[in-house]
Design a binder for this molecule. Structure first.
Ligand SMILES: Nc1ncnc2c1ncn2[C@@H]1O[C@H](COP(=O)(O)OP(=O)(O)OP(=O)(O)O)[C@@H](O)[C@H]1O
Ligand SMILES: [Mg+2]
Length: 387
């Protein structure tokens, strides 16, 4: 177990090529679980390979514990990695693949057998131990690759999309197993995923990457509730955050956003009151679950608008209802027992303190949440605080 710290890490694959990793600053404590998310090609696997020592960094330093491992060979870093491509030894059986790292470390055979049995049971591959990788499905190969890493007790685990090829049911099961295992072993872990739920549920910390740059580094809650910019806000959350472009106006000394459903209008008072925001093109961000049906108690307290239902999507646990506000399609996540007909008019409410504002040109966040919800420790993210 060890801390992991990336200090201003840069990586370029060759002269004349653009930097694949740009000034990466990340640090996780011993035993923490870091999730890396970002679109395809943003540099996640490159970063994993650099941490493992399979790629050289071209600037900065990688610290494991208090040791600078930047120039060290992979085998000296004491890391176990699950590659996105599995990278199993094709001529070895599943059992031999899992045993390999343990034999190299000269573990007694009885302990190796116990370890193989343990991970094979965990990963539901007991019946495959004598097969060769070529005789397995993609999802089975992926579980063998997991088994090979989990059989070891390294300082750090690196998992590059380890569950991506599993069917939906097994994936959910394995997610819970990963969490249980991490709670038990508390091994420092870096985990790449495209899955929102994995990112939110497994991570102690989440780093959102784009074009080789960390856009935000924080707890899952910070990333979800207090995204640093439009990219982070749009990347995390399913169904995604609603974005409504508009200009803020001043009314009776307060900044307001005017919402128009075609049937009715509503003024959302902004919690920030900076003169620089007046008449500025902004994008208002509102998560689907923050729009509620007007109910008796809160009816007089929160801004209210009537809007016509365009489409409904009953998902089981929720009903997603789509309306149009300011010519933008807006998704409202309502309770499953609410089943409005298309064309019906609903009365919706918003808590203005939960509304996020972004600069329409740069995508940067304007202002922060209400003080009670503001966060400490935003990592290396620079933000405009216009409260
Ligand atoms: N060996 C290499 N030589 C040159 N460029 C590379 C090499 N490996 C990766 N790249 C480039 O670096 C960028 C980042 O690739 P990387 O594999 O790290 O992305 P990723 O975030 O893991 O994407 P995905 O989600 O698709 O796995 C891409 O533009 C890729 O084409
Ligand atoms: Mg990758």
């Amino acid at each position: 177990m060890a801390t992991l710290e990336l200090r201003n890490v840069n990586k370029t694959y060759g002269a004349g090529l653009p930097d694949t990793l740009k000034n990466i600053e990340l640090s996780i404590k011993e035993g923490e679980f870091l999730i890396l998310v970002g679109p395809s090609g943003c540099g996640k696997s490159t970063l994993m390979n650099c941490i493992a020592g399979l790629e050289n960094i071209t600037g900065g330093a990688i610290m494991i514990g208090d040791q600078d491992v930047s120039g060290m060979s992979p085998k000296d870093r004491d890391i176990a990695m699950v590659f996105q491509s599995y990278a199993l030894y094709p001529t070895m059986s599943v059992r031999e693949n899992i045993e390999f790292g343990l034999k190299i470390r000269k573990m007694p055979q009885a302990d190796i057998d116990a370890e193989v049995a343990r991970v094979a049971k965990l990963l539901q591959i007991e019946h495959l131990l004598n097969r060769k990788p070529g005789q397995l499905s993609g999802g089975q190969q992926q579980r063998v690759a997991m088994g090979r890493a989990l059989a070891r007790r390294p300082k750090i685990y690196l998992f590059d999309e380890p569950l991506s090829n599993l069917d939906a049911k097994l994936r959910v099961e394995m997610r819970t197993e990963m969490k249980l295992m991490h709670q038990r072993l508390k091994t420092t872990t870096v985990y790449v995923t495209h899955d929102q739920i994995e990112a939110m549920t497994l991570g102690d910390k989440v780093a959102v990457m784009k074009d080789g740059i960390i856009q935000q580094f924080g707890t899952p809650k910070q990333i979800y509730n207090d995204p640093a910019n439009l990219f982070v806000a749009s990347f995390i959350g399913s169904p995604p955050m609603n974005f409504i472009p508009l200009r803020l106006q001043r009314k009776d000394g307060r900044l307001v956003a005017l919402l128009d459903s075609g049937q009715a209008r509503c003024e959302l008072p902004m919690s920030m009151n900076d003169a620089g925001l007046e008449d500025r093109e902004v994008i208002l961000g509102l998560r689907p679950e923050q729009i509620v049906l007007a109910s008796g108690d809160a009816a007089g307290l929160l801004p209210t608008i009537r809007a016509e239902v365009q489409v409904t999507e009953p998902t089981g646990p929720d009903t997603l209802v789509f309306v149009t506000l300011n010519e933008s399609k807006v998704c409202c996540r309502l309770a499953p027992d609410i089943a409005p007909a298309v064309g019906e008019t609903l009365t919706l409410q918003f808590d203005p303190a939960k509304v996020l504002l972004f600069d329409a040109k740069t995508g940067e966040r304007l202002g922060v949440l209400a003080p009670s919800q503001s966060v400490e420790n935003m990592g290396n993210v620079t933000r405009l605080n216009r409260n």
